[in-house]
Design a protein around this ligand. Structure first.
Ligand code: BGC
Length: 339
C-alpha cells in the first residue's frame, strides 16, 4: 500500500514536472519562431536593393511555380527580394485585396496576373500615385496604367490551337472547350483565337464552353458532363495548364467508342507524358519561366530610371508527339513562334 502511494506520488510529480517543462518549451518554440520570422524579414529589407512582389493566380499551381522560378532567378541576380504571394485557390477578390495590401505595404514594385475590370484599373492607378510601378504577367489588362505586359499573345495562341485541330483532323468535328475560367481575359482571348481559326472551315462546330476553375478535377468534371450531354462530341480544346490532363481523366472514365481528339495548353510534364502516350494530340507552348525572368528584369530597369516597351510577347508554338522522346523535347518548336 505504502509502495503504491509512493508510486502514485512519483507519477504525479512526473506529470507536473512535464507540464512545467511543456509550458516554457511551447512558449520558446512559438516566440523563437516569431523572432526568427521577424529577423528574416528585417534581413530581407536590410540587405536587398528592392522588394518586388509577384502576385500569382494560385500559389501552388505548377504553371505559376515556373513563373516564380524565372522571377526568383532574375531577382537573385539583381539583388532583389522577391515575394511570391496569392490565393491558395484561384480567387479574384482575394487577389485584388492582396494587390491593395501590397500597395499599402509600400513595396518597390508589383508584378501581377492582370485582371479584368475597373477595380483592377483603380488599384494600378493607386499604386502609380504612390510611385509603385505595376506590370502584368501571363494576363494583361491593356486599359490599366500598368507599366508593361510580359506573356503570350493569347489570341494568337488560341488561333494556333484551332489551326492545329484543323490540321490534325479530317471530316466534321464537334468540339467542346474546357476553359480554366470564363472571366479570365487571357483565356477569353484563347477561345476567341480558336474560334477565329476554326470558323475558316465549316467542318468544325463548337458545341459548348465549360469552366474548370483551373483545376484538374474541375476539368475532369467539365469534360465528363460535356461527354454525357454530347455523346457525338469528337474533340476537346483545354485552354489552361491543367485542363488537358483533366479531360483525359474524363475520357478514361467514360471510355467513349471513339476517343475524342484533344488539344491542350502548356507543357507541364504530365501533359507531355500524355502526348507521348497518344492520349493528348497536341499542346500549345508558353514560356512561363521566361515570363517571370523578363518581368523582373524589365521592372528592375524601370527602377533604374530606364524606359521599357509596354508589350513583350513571349514565344508560343505547338508540340505534338513528333517533338517528344521520353518526356523530353527532342525537336525544336518552330511553328507559330511570334518572336
Ligand atoms: C494560364 C494561366 C492559368 C494557368 C492555370 C495557364 O495556361 O496561362 O493564366 O493560371 O494556365 O493552370
Amino acid at each position: 500500500m505504502h509502495t503504491q502511494t509512493k508510486a502514485k506520488r512519483n507519477t504525479h510529480t512526473k506529470t507536473i514536472g512535464f507540464i512545467l517543462f511543456l509550458i516554457p518549451f511551447t512558449l520558446m518554440i512559438y516566440y523563437g519562431k516569431e523572432t526568427f520570422y521577424i529577423e528574416q524579414q528585417l534581413t530581407a529589407e536590410n540587405t536587398y536593393d528592392y522588394h518586388f512582389v509577384l502576385i500569382t493566380e494560385e500559389v501552388g499551381n505548377d504553371y505559376w511555380r515556373l513563373i516564380e522560378k524565372g522571377a526568383k532567378e532574375a531577382a537573385e541576380a539583381q539583388n532583389i527580394y522577391l515575394e511570391y504571394i496569392g490565393p491558395k485557390v484561384a480567387d479574384n477578390d482575394e487577389r485584388l485585396a492582396t494587390l491593395d495590401r501590397m500597395i499599402a505595404a509600400g513595396v518597390d514594385a508589383i508584378i501581377t496576373k492582370g485582371m479584368k475590370g475597373e477595380r483592377f484599373q483603380q488599384l494600378v492607378q493607386k499604386a502609380n500615385n504612390q510611385n509603385i510601378p505595376v506590370a502584368t504577367v501571363d494576363t494583361d489588362n491593356e486599359q490599366s496604367a500598368r507599366a508593361f505586359y510580359v506573356g503570350t499573345d493569347n489570341t494568337h495562341a488560341g488561333y494556333l490551337a484551332g489551326e492545329t485541330l484543323i490540321n490534325q483532323t479530317t471530316g466534321p468535328q464537334k468540339v467542346a472547350i474546357v476553359t480554366g475560367n470564363t472571366e479570365a481575359p487571357n483565356l477569353q482571348q484563347r477561345v476567341e483565337g480558336f474560334q477565329n481559326a476554326t470558323k475558316q472551315t465549316d467542318r468544325i462546330e463548337l458545341i459548348g464552353v465549360t469552366s474548370s476553375q483551373i483545376t484538374e478535377l474541375g476539368a475532369a468534371q467539365a469534360a465528363y458532363q460535356l461527354l454525357k450531354q454530347h455523346p457525338d462530341l469528337t474533340a476537346f480544346f483545354g485552354t489552361s495548364a491543367l485542363d488537358g490532363m483533366g479531360i483525359v481523366q474524363a475520357v478514361e472514365e467514360m471510355q467513349p467508342a471513339n476517343p475524342p481528339h484533344i488539344i491542350a495548353f502548356d507543357t507541364l510534364s504530365e501533359t507531355l507524358n500524355l502526348i507521348e502516350q497518344e492520349k493528348i494530340d497536341a499542346t500549345i507552348v508558353q514560356y512561363p519561366e521566361k515570363m517571370g525572368r523578363l518581368a523582373v528584369e524589365l521592372m528592375h530597369a524601370i527602377k533604374q530610371g530606364k524606359t521599357v516597351d509596354t508589350n513583350y510577347h513571349t514565344q508560343t508554338g505547338v508540340i505534338d508527339k513528333t517533338h517528344l522522346h521520353n518526356g523530353e523535347l527532342v525537336t525544336p518548336i518552330e511553328e507559330g513562334e511570334t518572336q
